[in-house]
Design a protein around this ligand. Structure first.
Ligand code: UGY
Ligand code: MN
Length: 248
């Protein structure tokens, strides 16, 4: 239902907040019984694409030419890659190197967060192979010395990877210890709880289901508010030298 033109969604030069009332669904090439809510892409200057894929029962995602990271939020998905079958349940994830032939399908209504990025090779490290895991099996570490803010790194922190995907859990009242401003971009989906996100010169109330893009050097700070912990999954470009000139 419309709300007299009001929404929490916002589109600013260096950030985007997209709330579910403004989501528009589309079908991407290769999808069967599936749709995508594209949250960010190079259309807005980002160096990656992030979307939510919604699969019906017997749905299929289709392939991509880029690297792909997939995190299942609801239902379950089947991944066939490298001659093996994997079942990804909620909080299960997969990393597929660029050019990996694979098939992702569902037997029930399911949802996943999908991140795609053209690989930037590094001369000192080989590209990784396929990775399949579950967030439940990843140990968490405090951010800085704050035990109320726990981070899980879903991908190994090695030069084989040119991006990171982490989950962050804030106990009620926990907050980032500083306003961060950095060259890396972020794509973020609030998974649980909520709080206040500072983006640029604005403070936004945010809650589970919201998407945020932060461009390079976007001032950013988050504080969790409410009686339950706040949790988000966050992408950042990582482990590569910032471009020293105009990109071709
Ligand atoms: O990894 C990060 O840069 C993270 N601390 N940023 C954020 O949560 N906005
Ligand atoms: Mn950050």
């Amino acid at each position: 239902m419309h709300n007299l033109g009001h929404t929490r969604s916002a589109h600013q030069r260096n950030h985007l907040l997209l709330t579910p009332d403004t989501f528009v669904r589309t079908t991407l090439p290769g999808m069967k019984a599936a749709s995508a809510i594209v949250h960010i892409s190079s259309a807005l200057g980002a160096g990656f694409t992030e979307y939510t894929a919604e699969l019906e029962s017997a749905g299929e995602l289709g392939e991509t030419v880029a690297q792909r990271f997939l995190y299942v939020t609801d239902g379950s998905m089947r991944l066939h890659a490298g001659g093996k079958d994997h079942l990804l349940e909620a909080r299960g994830y997969a990393y597929l190197p660029q050019g990996t032939s694979h098939r992702i399908s569902s037997r029930e209504r399911s949802r996943a967060i999908v991140i795609e990025k053209t690989y930037m090779p590094n001369t000192t490290a080989n590209a990784s192979g396929v990775i399949v895991g579950s967030e439940d099996g990843v140990p968490s570490t405090p951010l800085g010395d704050d035990p109320a803010l726990q981070v899980r790194h879903l991908l190994p922190d090695t030069l084989s990877f040119d991006f990171a995907v982490n989950t962050m859990i804030y106990q009620p009242g926990a907050a980032l210890s500083m306003v961060e401003m950095h060259v890396m971009e972020h794509g973020l989906i609030m998974l649980e709880g909520g709080g206040i996100y500072r983006l640029g010169d604005a403070w936004y109330p945010v809650t589970a289901g919201d998407f945020i893009w932060m461009g390079p050097w976007c001032p950013q700070w988050f504080g969790a508010i409410g009686k339950v912990p706040a949790k988000y999954i966050i992408y950042k470009d990582w482990n590569r030298h910032p471009p020293a000139g105009p990109q071709k």
